[in-house]
Write a protein that binds this ligand. Structure first.
Ligand code: PLP
Length: 255
């Protein structure tokens, strides 16, 4: 079985973060492992507190997993600060982890800040160059560029983000009018349509998408096919989102 590592943060409500990643890995037929970089006290309503670990805690987990179990792909989720991003980038580079998907998580649906402002530069300089693909949503894409969100300039944003050195960029469409994901691989732009369900139970959709994408890359699919399949998994997870769990945005449910 292919092995995929999530390098990310715990969501105690288990809708997003490392818990969503493990559910997506199971759904996508890979063996999931985890390197926890921080813990949030969180439910469907919001994030109460964030407790980051010292960066070496993340590195030790990554090394322990890779040395014994191995990794055919990895995804990064919420990494919170520059020190953690830098340490993760060092470990990924040193260990030669392939098929890295970087989901540059910045702000939760509930509005909570999940990344320190000064960490944006570290993402661009240290982690994006190691990524096969980065998967910001439209808000993250423009925030990474220090610009206002402009749906008319999403292709320009994708091209500019790719200049930091990732193999490709997917700007996910969950927050846009069209709902399509935009893939740019340096040669062409591809709109990946997916059903949108108008569900409010979207907590963890982005995490599920990037975990599914890493899973399909680990399983040997090409980027375009992996992106289509990941979009399907994320859309379905929103469709079956669990409105009865908690009183806020219900968790997605990857069946
Ligand atoms: N909490 C953690 C630990 C996350 O990794 C993420 C997203 O990646 C979120 C919360 C935010 O999830 P959402 O914006 O879907 O509510």
């Amino acid at each position: 079985m292919k092995r995929v590592m999530s390098i990310a943060t715990s969501d105690s409500g288990a809708g997003a973060g490392i818990q969503a990643d493990l559910k997506a890995f199971l759904r996508c037929g890979v063996y999931g492992t985890t390197a926890l970089v921080a813990i949030t006290a969180q439910n469907t309503v919001g994030v109460r507190s964030i407790f980051p670990f010292p960066p070496r805690v993340a590195v030790d987990q990554i090394e322990a997993v890779v040395e014994d179990i191995g990794a055919d792909a990895a995804k990064t989720g919420m990494l919170f600060n520059a020190e953690i991003i830098s340490a993760v980038a060092g470990a990924v580079r040193r260990l030669g982890i392939p098929n890295l998907v970087v989901d540059p998580v910045m702000v939760a649906e509930s509005g909570a800040k999940l990344l320190k402002d000064e960490a944006v530069a570290t993402y661009k300089q240290e982690l994006f160059p190691l990524a096969a693909v980065i998967t910001p949503n439209i808000n993250e894409a423009f925030a990474l560029l220090g610009a206002e969100v402009d749906e008319g300039r999403v292709r320009e944003a994708a091209a500019e983000l790719r200049s930091f050195g990732s193999g490709a960029v997917i700007i996910t469409g969950g927050h846009t009018a069209s709902g399509a994901d935009l893939l740019y691989d340096g040669e062409r732009f591809l709109e990946i349509e997916g059903p949108t369900y108008g569900s409010e139970n979207t907590h963890g959709a982005g995490c599920t998408h990037s975990a599914a994408l890493a899973s399909f890359l680990a399983r040997g699919l090409g980027l375009e096919e992996a992106a289509r399949r990941a979009r399907e998994v994320a859309s379905e997870a929103v469709r079956y989102g669990l409105g009865e769990i908690g009183s806020g945005a219900g968790p997605v449910h990857a069946l």
